[in-house]
Design a protein around this ligand. Structure first.
Ligand code: FES
Length: 81
C-alpha cells in the first residue's frame, strides 16, 4: 500500500509533498525551509509554526493527513524570538 502524502504550502508559492507522519523539521528541510529551533524537546517554543491556523511545535509534531487543499504553514513571527 502506498504511503500517504500531503501537500504542504510553505508560503511564497513554495509547495512540496511530504509523507504523513514525517517529522515537521525534516519536511521543512526537504522543502528548503528553515524552522528555528532551540531545545528540540517541546519546551521552548522556538520552533512554533502555524499549520492551518493551529500553532504546533514542529520539533515534537509530525505531519498530519489533510483533506482538500493540504496544509498551509505560516512560520511564526513571535517578537520574543
Ligand atoms: S525547539 Fe524548543 S519547543 Fe521545539
Amino acid at each position: 500500500m502506498a504511503t500517504p502524502t500531503v501537500t504542504i504550502h510553505w508560503g511564497d508559492g513554495l509547495s512540496r509533498r511530504a509523507t504523513v507522519g514525517q517529522d515537521w523539521l525534516q519536511a521543512a528541510r526537504e522543502a528548503g525551509v528553515t524552522i528555528p529551533t532551540g531545545c528540540l524537546n517541546g519546551s521552548c517554543g522556538a520552533c512554533e509554526i502555524d499549520v492551518n491556523d493551529a500553532v504546533i511545535r514542529a520539533c515534537i509534531a509530525t505531519v498530519p493527513a489533510a483533506s482538500g487543499g493540504g496544509l498551509v504553514v505560516q512560520l511564526a513571527s513571535d517578537p520574543a524570538w
